[in-house]
Ligand binder design. Structure first.
Ligand code: SAM
Length: 200
């Protein structure tokens, strides 16, 4: 069974209200520098078309939307959760350069090869194993040739995804690795950060 946005075809469940409240208030303040520094490291020119996949409370989206306001760039936010989408829209309500899309990526009306950049920040590890490759492939299809896929994922045992699994997903989607680093953050723990490119 699937709703019109394809959400019922997965084991997706809306996050609890308390979790959303905590993550969109206290955790958001404590980690805001992490998001800001990450978006600065993307070196946006301001004119790009960017897809933020699984934006949650707008941790990255807020900084991306701000940067794109300086050019003619545009941000598209795709999230499967109605609860997160409500928080996201509230946090980005002052921006007129953002499009919001709720649902499964492959069910949404988003043309192929329409983005210069895809950003996924702490999302892929939350997607069930058997669905990950389809999602990553679909994200790669949305990228223009030579477009870049920026990914950050936790690698903590019990809650995370090994960097080698991310590398395999990217490779199978036809994306070339440009860089991969691993680091540790007091709140996020161990994480990996990779940049991939779609071949022309
Ligand atoms: C751990 S949160 C990360 C949010 C944000 N990127 C950040 O770093 O703060 C994971 C987000 O991915 C979204 N998500 C999970 N599976 C998804 C899917 N299949 N399609 C779109 N969004 C998804 C969740 O609803 C949630 O907003």
């Amino acid at each position: 069974m699937s709703d019109s946005r394809g959400r019922n075809e997965t084991s997706f469940k809306e996050p609890g209200r308390l979790l959303v409240l905590f993550e969109s208030t206290i955790a958001r303040v404590l980690t805001s520098h992490l998001y800001r520094n990450y978006v600065e490291s993307l070196n946006l020119k301001g004119s790009e078309r960017v897809l933020d996949f699984g934006p949650g409370a707008a941790g990255c989206s807020l900084h991306i939307a701000r940067r794109l306001q300086e050019g003619s760039g545009r941000l598209t936010c795709v999230d499967i959760s109605e609860r997160w989408m409500n928080v996201l829209m509230r946090n980005l309500k002052g921006f007129n350069n953002v499009d919001f899309k709720l649902g499964q990526l492959h069910s949404l009306d988003i043309p192929e090869e329409s983005f210069d950049m895809v950003v996924t920040h702490f999302v892929i590890h939350d997607i069930p194993d058997r669905q990950r490759q389809k999602v990553v492939r679909c994200l790669a299809e949305k990228l223009k040739p030579n477009g870049r896929f920026f990914i950050r994922e936790p690698m903590n045992p019990g809650h995370g995804i090994p960097a080698e699994v991310v590398q395999a997903l990217m490779g199978a989607a036809g994306l070339k690795e440009l860089s991969l680093k691993k680091d540790k953050h007091p709140m996020a723990g161990l994480y990996m950060e990779g940049v991939y490119e779609k071949r022309a």
